[in-house]
Ligand binder design. Structure first.
Ligand code: APR
Length: 228
């Protein structure tokens, strides 16, 4: 069977209690992206950026995966190797629901050394004077992909997308590339495309089918359809 490739965004974690970016009162309303999600913003004020991610890291640790995360993990277990989950999210709710996932934008649980590329488990609170356990410099940063940086896992994702039979987009506004372009890539090779979102995204018209509703309801319902 061709692969099912599932792209998730902040909307799948919204019902676990984590804020999205562009909804009313979302993360983009609290902070300017250039201040907290760019290399320039980090260079200018590393303390502010660490505080932004420390808060999100601890919020993510305090919440639980919801029925949508659980349903995707169940689907993946049912079709081993044929269900690929790619997430734009940096929380670990997919993993904690039992799924394996490719993080395009990095992970709050990761710390990275900009000097030697060493990665390790981030402590609950990171600070500008943290020292890299490998090269002992203070070039440490959250292992998050910021705007202007190359997303992770793109070669692996391209490999899966080259034989996708069904592309499903869940809980993303379709604002940020390259993820927002995956639906077009899927259509180019004749895959079926489905959007599951609270409301039609910017790219909803590119999908063969767009269902609206809360992820914790419409994702399990869709998985039940696929599993029967
Ligand atoms: N169920 C389903 N969908 C939901 C829910 C819900 N309970 N709540 C919100 N949504 C939908 C919204 O309708 C919106 O389309 O989730 C989407 C969230 O969109 P954004 O806030 O733009 O988040 P996302 O698409 O993941 O952002 C992509 O932008 O800022 C960068 O790197 C950041 O990974 C992020 C990327």
């Amino acid at each position: 069977m061709n692969k099912i490739v599932i792209l998730t965004g902040a909307g799948i974690s919204a019902e676990s209690g984590l804020g999205t970016f562009r909804d009313e009162g979302g993360l983009c309303a609290e902070h300017r992206i250039e201040d907290v999600a760019t290399p320039e913003g980090f260079a200018k004020n590393p303390k502010l950026v660490h505080e932004f991610y420390n808060k999100r890291r601890n919020q993510a640790a305090d919440v639980m995966p919801n029925a949508a995360h659980a349903a995707l993990a169940r689907l993946q277990k049912n079709y081993p190797g044929d269900v690929v989950i790619v997430t734009q999210n940096v929380d670990d709710l997919h993993e904690r629901a039992g799924a394996s996932v490719l993080h395009m934008h990095g992970a709050l649980t990761g710390a990275l050394c900009a000097a030697c590329d060493h990665r390790w488990m981030a402590p609950p609170e990171m600070a500008p004077d943290d020292v890299c356990p490998n090269c002992l410099t203070q070039a440490t940063r959250p292992d998050i992909v910021w705007f202007g940086e190359m997303p992770y896992e793109m070669d692996t994702i391209a490999g899966h997308m080259s034989n996708v039979g069904l592309f499903v987009s869940i809980g993303t506004s379709g604002n940020v590339y390259p993820a927002a372009g995956f639906v077009q890539d899927a259509r180019m090779i004749g895959a079926k495309t489905l959007e599951l979102n609270l409301e039609p995204s910017e790219g909803a018209s590119f999908f063969d089918e767009a269902r609206t509703g809360r992820a914790s309801e419409i994702v399990p319902a869709w998985v039940e359809e696929v599993l029967v």
